[in-house]
Design a binder for this molecule. Structure first.
Ligand SMILES: Nc1ncnc2c1ncn2[C@@H]1O[C@H](COP(=O)(O)OP(=O)(O)OP(=O)(O)O)[C@@H](O)[C@H]1O
Length: 284
């Protein structure tokens, strides 16, 4: 669905690269997370993939089209919901979608249905200029689905939304993915990446440091610890023990054999902790 080989990009052509030798592929049907801190090169890469920035060096194909010779047909097949909501403020929510749908020569979805989906059903006739930041964001998100994209670019899809709306947006993303839509998700929010992505790429200083599934990363970099709470002589005791160190394993067996265990959990590293471990950098 997306193929990127040895991509480089320099804004000032001064030998400094915002993106350096980036290669990856996104398979049909997957949710691929592109994760990194501010200035890592996420937008630069995404803008090249979506034709907003001209390709300088490397090979990039998106839904089967080479971005060097970008074709309008490619835009019929992709959707883009970027962080900055660029909606027409003098038009109503519905007019915004009606206007946008005319740009495509494929079957489009009904504006009312999409507004309903993102919780703006009762705001269809209100001008977008009167919308809050979060509402504009939801309108942009709805708009990006209007052409039934096969490949959907989502940039920070839940940033700035209240938790209930963010949860609905995540459900919509999962639903669309279940219908077969491939998703390229750019974020510095590890929680959403962990919840939604099949695979993630960690990008720092323009370079991809690693690509894997959140599950594999946790297995590989997880602390392999067990937190156990048990009762000893009437007192509740809490211990964190390793599942790979022999001494700890013995102690754990002793506890299970001798005392009343109240709770026992494996302790996983979070994706954020793994990011810091792998890249030596935080995500802010
Ligand atoms: N138009 C531009 N002109 C010059 N340098 C730029 C331009 N846009 C981005 N850069 C630089 O390129 C590098 C990568 O920026 P980019 O916007 O791709 O990062 P990002 O990971 O998307 O960050 P954010 O999460 O803040 O959007 C940064 O060093 C940035 O300062």
């Amino acid at each position: 669905m997306i193929n990127v080989k040895n991509l480089f990009h320099s804004y000032n052509k001064d030998g400094k690269f915002a993106v350096k030798d980036v290669s990856f592929e996104v398979k049909e049907g997957e949710i691929f997370g592109f994760l990194g801190p501010s200035g890592a090169g996420k937008s630069t890469t995404q803008n090249i993939l979506t034709g907003l920035l001209q390709l300088q060096q490397g090979e990039v194909s998106v839904v089967g089209y080479d971005v060097k010779t970008i074709s309008n047909k490619m835009f019929n097949q992709i959707g883009m919901s970027f962080e900055q909501s660029n909606v027409y403020s003098k038009m109503t929510a519905k007019e915004n979608l009606d206007f946008y749908r005319k740009l495509f020569d494929v079957e489009t979805r009904e504006p009312e249905e999409l507004l309903e989906l993102v919780g703006l059903g009762d705001k269809a006739n209100i001008r977008a200029g009167e919308f809050s930041k979060g509402m504009k964001h939801r309108l942009t998100f709805a708009r990006s689905m209007i052409n039934n994209p096969r490949l959907w670019f989502l940039d920070e899809p839940t940033t700035g939304l209240d938790p209930a709306i963010a949860s609905e947006i995540k459900d919509i993303i999962r639903e669309e993915n279940k219908k077969g839509v491939t998703i390229f998700l750019t974020t510095h929010n590890m929680h959403i990446a962990d919840e939604l992505c099949d695979r993630v790429a960690f990008i720092v200083d323009g370079e991809i440091k690693l690509i894997d599934s959140p599950r594999n990363l946790k297995l590989q970099y997880g602390n392999k610890l067990v937190e156990v709470e048990y009762i000893k002589e009437g007192e509740t005791i809490k211990e964190t023990l390793s599942t790979i160190q022999e001494e700890d394993i013995k102690q754990l067996q002793d506890i299970i054999g001798k005392y009343e265990v109240q709770t026992m959990h494996t302790k996983e590293a979070t994706l954020e902790e793994i990011f810091i471990k792998v890249t030596g950098r935080g995500l802010e």
